[in-house]
Write a protein that binds this ligand. Sequence first.
Ligand code: MG
Length: 267
Amino acid sequence: MHTIAPLVSRKFFTLLLFLFSMNSLIHAQNQQGDPKLTEVYTPVPNIVTPGNTVGQPPSDAIVLFDGKNLDQWRAEGTDTARKAGWKVEDGIATVDKHAGGIVTRQSFTDYQLHAEYRIPENITGSGQARGNSGIFLACVGNEGDQGYELQVLDSYNNTTYVNGQAGSIYKQGIPLVNPCRKPGEWQSYDVVWTAPRFKEDGTLESPARVTVFLNGVLVQNNFELKGQTLYIGKPFYKKHGPAPIKLQAHGDKSEPISYRNIWLRPL
Ligand code: MG
């Protein structure tokens, strides 16, 4: 008896240890296999009523142009009280090259943007002088073309430098493909813009990023900008905050293009 008792208790102890280990293992497996552990119930996303068709503004959009007037816009330039000088007719706004570009009255940081444009059917010219306009995703000054331009151009059958064709981030980002439609047909841009961030001392904290769909086709995939889009010279960043959006009135001699259905959702 004296010799068996310790043996029994050792065996019993080993069994207990085994059972305890198995229990821990099963418990750990149950934890891993419990779907509730990865289910999150807050915050509940806001309810947004989508447009009746893709491309129409959802209920939470800021409508920048619905075909009626350009009240949400002003003329570009230092006189910020000057009204947008483009003609609105039949639900569309047509560029007036003498009146200059138009700038939103509101400023934005990060956003989703939808805009539609049409190169006129009778367009003439070539290269950069054929239906040139542009969407400045952030217009950061009241003089000249300061900011970040998403190019608008007739690139249906029109050769130019590829980092300046439709769908390009001007002189920085070549579009992934060319999904342009013929002159005379409406085309759409859908943009996700992440503004650059700057430190107190003016240096860059994080660069601007942009994703662009042209006619529903991805042409810029989370593209990182190197700075403002310049006609001459290398891009650079200069500190700015929220900024308006500008539609460009390019000075070339080709027939002016038109815009319609422009809306934005701040992010
Ligand atoms: Mg342009």
